[in-house]
Design a protein around this ligand. Sequence first.
Ligand SMILES: [Zn+2]
Length: 380
Amino acid sequence: MEISHETFEADPFKRLRKEPLGKSNSAVWEVARESDGKVYARKEFSETGHRKKEWFGNIKKEISNMAKAKHPHIVKFCGSHYIESSQIIGLLLLPVAEMNLAELFDRLDRKQYNDVEQLEVRRKMCRWPPCLFYAMEYLHRTGLRHKDIKPSNILIKDNRVYLADFGISYNFRNDNTSKTDGPIGAITERYIAPETYDEQPRGRASDVWALGCTVLEICTVASGENSIGDLNNHLKQARYGRKTPFCRSAYFVFDWIFLLLSCPGQDDLCTRPIQKMLQLAFLMLDPNPKTRISARQLVDLLNPLGSNPFDSVGRLACDECKRTTLVPSHDATPHSVFKEEHNGGTYIPLKDGLSSEKENLWEEVKRRWLKSHIPWNIRT
Ligand SMILES: [Zn+2]
């Protein structure tokens, strides 16, 4: 179905709240169409300095492309319009979310739920990573990239997660900044992949990295024993400044994964999937984009048919995701080259090694890791 791009003199929608939706994104409002009462989330671009009407003309095709992405965990584009009186460009989106994942982390951190509610929220949270893997695999399979995966771009509605702002981050920036920021200016530093930080082309592997950071944050919070603040304090040991991007504290990210893996946890229903998802996060946080696990490989690992060590994570996905059928992946070239290590042994993280020869060391650890934790034999 074609989506509509209309121009109105006056706004045919009315805002339903005094505040925008969510604290972290001031440009999204809950609106209702006056004519039929239909409710949407509307992302508004209203900054001055743009020749917005012309810009609107230029981006229509891109919006139409984004509207083609149809997945149960991807926010749906329903149309766009330009309002002459207010010079606002509006993108109509569904669903209207209750909150985003960053806000949920924050609520848990502020103890806004009682003990019973907290446990329930954490259990629900454990079900989201597999659905997000399916959503990312869908995007990549259809030739798209998200480019800015992070908790505040993951919306929550009726206990379901939705990837939002896909494709918007780079092409739909609100302002004209870019020269000073370089190519990474538009995306969020904390979740930037190492290759993007080094201003190498940002490919699909960068989405995997960013989702890996997000999954690590989910595991941290869902464990019930740690907060994002604890994770941040750990990463700050890398002394890379206040923001501490994951890619600039590789050793401490790694160390954090080990720490969480050794946490007994208080609730079996959370602990078991978290242990598995931490192993997936480890593979997603491979500093080398060439050997980092791909979205397709992740989804293959979740397949409940056959016996693979991650089918228990796959079973946590929603029914729609579990019905996803993919053609056998012989033709999907794996990003990662996983080799079996013949002389195993216990790994002790080497702090100095990782900062200098981090990629080689990561690869080495990964081999040992795969041997000891993942009886998986994708080889080339
Ligand atoms: Zn799902």
